[in-house]
Design a binder for this molecule. Structure first.
Ligand code: ITT
Length: 186
């Protein structure tokens, strides 16, 4: 089976491919822009994205809307994570966190899938903390400043290890269950 992964982010595609290798599902990186509406819910962004891409004739694809929600910043950057990463970057987020001792944060990932005309939407989370400095060179985005265990950042572990514990990995676990329940894995 093939599934298009509609994203501008090759790092996401690499993580999905690793997660689905064992099922023989091939992830095809596909770049088709779609509107990411401004709302407080990742699920709404994904539902609208699915609708828009289907109306353009696309089928059998997944989209992924993710964000980093920092407790001490009232959930910021949250749904603005892509914009903040592009403008302030990790150094800018670390600056916002100067003098803050409560470093708790949560990554969320919402996967939306069109498969044989059916819809699957699942969300996975990963609790952790914002580090005091960037660490590691793996991964992408906020990986160097987020630690799930208070020690290593996501950028210091390989894709397989990240998938075991990450927001995206947790969303994938739910997604796989839905694929099995729906009889999509033949
Ligand atoms: P698409 O919307 O085209 O899929 P994107 O990278 O803009 O790609 P998101 O809007 O879902 O994706 O992500 C919001 C930001 O959060 C963006 O800057 C990502 O790099 C970052 N991000 C998402 N998942 C991440 C992860 O697993 N590790 C680190 N940063 C992540």
């Amino acid at each position: 089976m093939k599934l298009k992964v509609i994203t501008s982010n090759p790092g996401k595609v690499a993580e999905y491919q690793k997660s689905f290798d064992d099922l023989g599902i091939v992830m095809e990186h596909t770049k088709v822009p779609y509107d990411e509406i401004q709302t407080s819910e990742l699920e709404e962004v994904v539902a609208k994205g699915l609708e828009e891409l289907r109306s353009e004739g696309l089928s059998n694809f997944i989209i992924d809307d993710s964000g980093l929600f920092v407790d001490a910043l009232g959930g910021f950057p949250g749904v603005y994570s892509a914009y903040v990463q592009k403008t302030l970057g990790n150094k800018g987020v670390l600056k916002q966190m100067e003098g803050i001792t409560d470093r708790r944060a949560q990554f969320k990932c919402c996967i939306g899938c069109d498969i044989d005309g059916e819809t699957i939407i699942v969300t996975g989370t990963c609790d952790g903390e914002i580090l005091f400095e960037e660490k590691g060179t793996e991964g992408f985005g906020y990986d160097p400043i987020f630690t799930p265990d208070g020690e290593k950042s996501f950028a210091e572990i390989d894709i397989e290890k990240k998938n075991e514990i990450s927001h995206r990995g947790n969303a994938v676990k739910l997604f796989r269950e839905k694929l099995i329940e729906g009889g999509f894995l033949k």
